[in-house]
Ligand binder design. Sequence first.
Ligand code: SF4
Ligand code: SF4
Length: 87
Amino acid sequence: MTETYQGITVEGKKGIWTVFPELCKGCGLCIAKCPKKCMSWSDYLGVYGTPSVRIDEEKCTACGICQQFCPDCAIAVVRKDKKREDN
Ligand code: SF4
Ligand code: SF4
């Protein structure tokens, strides 16, 4: 059986950022590690009923660090293709 999770996606200037609240345990590691300090708690509840996370898409650089540090794979970041943007 394959489980699918509902993601909340935000499109910023540099990339597309998604959180899957059903996977988020609210540890706050991503908030602590974000170099742009553009993450905060959201109104969407995570797997344990604690707040999930959100971003300020104006400040997010789509660096992917939050995705790398999340222990539960609750974040996905896709950078926009720079070359395609330039064309
Ligand atoms: S992709 Fe980088 S800048 Fe954007 S929220 Fe994650 S850690 Fe912060
Ligand atoms: S690191 Fe992952 S599990 Fe922890 S608060 Fe961030 S999104 Fe949720």
